[in-house]
Design a protein around this ligand. Structure first.
Ligand SMILES: *[C@@H]1O[C@H](CO)[C@@H](O)[C@H](O)[C@H]1NC(C)=O
Ligand SMILES: *[C@@H]1O[C@H](CO)[C@@H](O)[C@H](O)[C@H]1NC(C)=O
Length: 200
């Protein structure tokens, strides 16, 4: 099995194991129904409004998680030939400071692995894209591409073996585009997901 990074890979395997068994696990519960928020300490980076149109991305908290439906249209002003890299950092709130955790990962070429079932995000995102063919071709680096989502319930669970503990955490996702010449575009896009890790 091919994995983007060993950490993501480990986490994914643990998620899959937990998915198949009835072992105790942790849930990650976003504090806001909106799920995504602006990166507090990265004001120089672009935010969701530059990245895509989320006005038809419908999120509603329910007893089983957050119900998602609707569509997302990309707006990110990069070139379809760019490579998209994603860096993920997970921080924990200790006292009133965000401290890094042992968890860090990155996806080298998001568009290449968009529909790879062995990615950490697959069960939460691309698995639910209905117009797969178009999205596979256009990915998120072709402005104006609409991702049509089938309705699904977002629930993020993982095993105790993942090096994260109960408490408030945030995942910081930085999207970078790299042009054909291998040069990184000047403006990255950043988004955060703030939530609580709780015992399931
Ligand atoms: C996106 O969702 C909105 C609101 O539900 C809908 O009006 C629109 O037709 C959808 N767009 C596409 C391309 O399906
Ligand atoms: C959320 O989805 C679940 C499962 O599909 C469904 O039972 C529930 O009615 C939905 N809730 C809302 C608020 O849409």
């Amino acid at each position: 099995m091919k994995c983007a990074t060993s950490v993501l890979c480990t986490l994914l395997i643990l998620c899959q194991i937990i998915g198949r068994s009835l072992e105790l696990s942790h849930d990650f519960v976003p504090i806001s129904e909106e799920i995504l928020s602006k990166c507090e300490d990265k004001p120089e980076m672009g935010y969701l409004d530059e990245f895509a149109d989320f006005s038809h991305f419908i999120r509603k908290r329910s007893s089983s998680g957050i119900n998602i439906s609707g569509n997302i249209t990309t707006k990110w002003d990069v070139s379809p030939s760019d490579i998209v890299e994603v860096d993920v950092t997970i921080l924990k709130l200790e006292g009133n400071k965000w401290k890094p955790t042992a968890f860090k990962g990155n996806v080298n070429d998001l568009c290449k692995s968009f529909y790879d079932k062995n990615t950490i995000y697959y069960p939460y995102t691309t698995q639910h894209v209905v117009n797969r063919k178009t999205v596979k071709e256009k990915c998120i680096n072709t402005p104006g591409t609409t991702l049509l989502l089938e309705p699904f319930v977002l629930k993020i669970s993982f095993s105790y073996a993942v090096p994260l503990s109960v408490g408030r955490h945030k995942a910081v996702l930085v999207f970078s585009a790299i042009d054909k010449a291998g040069v990184k575009r000047p403006r990255d896009t950043c988004l955060e997901i703030v939530g609580d890790i709780v015992n399931a």
